[in-house]
Design a protein around this ligand. Structure first.
Ligand code: FAD
Length: 231
């Protein structure tokens, strides 16, 4: 931001992703007071024996649902899925959710508005097929609706996939955008020689800490190799 320029032979991009925020009336007002983007033991204890909701159709949402349901069998966990439960989630997780006595699955459903006095107390839902609205009591909503790569500002020479994640290594070769004929890219090298990408920002990476750490180690090897061949 200060406008300084730094010269380097290797640059590593580890920009991560930005998690999508819930777009509903009142979502900003209840951030941290009923709307959460993580589900840990802290939140499950905070809302012990209270009904809660999880939004999302992927594995993160599914894992949160089962965590909340198993921590406290006396609470009802509402799972809100924009389309249908199944396509974006592992089969074993879908089966566990369907079999859980205290989980209610609302398919084709989105949150329209959130209500409460200082803290979340209820949510208004809308059925996407019928347009019907319903109001349910709810102490907390856990949001797992995906993430966008923080890569939109990168120059066009750094190739990305259709979702904006940075291509590296063999994906760069397959895209036909690798510009050099004297060598192939390193496993983490982008289509701009000398620029590496690691972690969540990389196309095809598993969005987990362990994999990001593994990429970090591999990046060191790649950097050493690039420095040695560019001496
Ligand atoms: C709520 C939540 C729960 C999760 N739970 C788990 C879990 O239980 N287990 C698990 O394995 N994984 C979990 N993950 C995923 C895990 O956090 C990521 O896979 C991991 O952090 C990816 O590491 P990263 O270094 O690629 O990106 P990040 O950890 O996201 O780091 C990227 C960093 O780059 C910074 N940045 C972005 N753009 C710029 C810029 N232009 N200039 C300077 N800095 C910039 C960001 O601010 C950020 O600090 C969770 C993620 C979230 C959001």
């Amino acid at each position: 931001d200060c406008g300084a320029q730094i010269r380097c032979r290797v640059l590593l991009l580890a920009l991560g992703v930005r998690w999508r925020r819930l777009q509903a009336d009142g979502a900003d007002r209840f951030a941290g007071a009923g709307i959460y983007y993580a589900c840990t033991r802290v939140e499950t204890d905070l809302f012990d024996a209270q009904d809660v909701a999880v939004i999302g159709g992927g594995n993160s949402a599914g894992q949160a649902v089962m965590f909340l349901a198993e921590c406290c069998p006396s609470r009802t966990v509402h799972l809100l899925v924009r389309r249908t439960l199944g396509p974006g989630m592992s089969e074993y997780l879908v089966e566990r959710i369907r079999a859980a006595a205290n989980v209610v699955v609302h398919e084709q459903t989105e949150i329209e508005a959130l209500h409460g006095d200082g803290h979340l107390e209820a949510m208004r839902l809308r059925n996407n097929l019928t347009g019907a609205a319903t109001q349910l009591p709810c102490a907390a909503v856990f949001v797992f609706i995906g993430a966008d790569p923080a890569a939109e500002w990168l120059p066009a020479e750094i190739a990305r996939d259709a979702k904006g994640f940075v291509l590296t290594g063999t994906d760069v070769i397959a895209s036909g955008l690798w510009p050099r004929s004297d060598r192939e890219p390193c496993p983490l090298e982008t289509s701009l020689p000398g620029v590496l990408a690691a972690g969540d920002i990389r196309a095809g990476s598993v969005k987990r800490v362990g994999f990001a750490v593994g990429d970090g180690s591999l990046a060191v090897t790649c950097a050493h190799r690039l420095i040695s061949i560019n001496r």
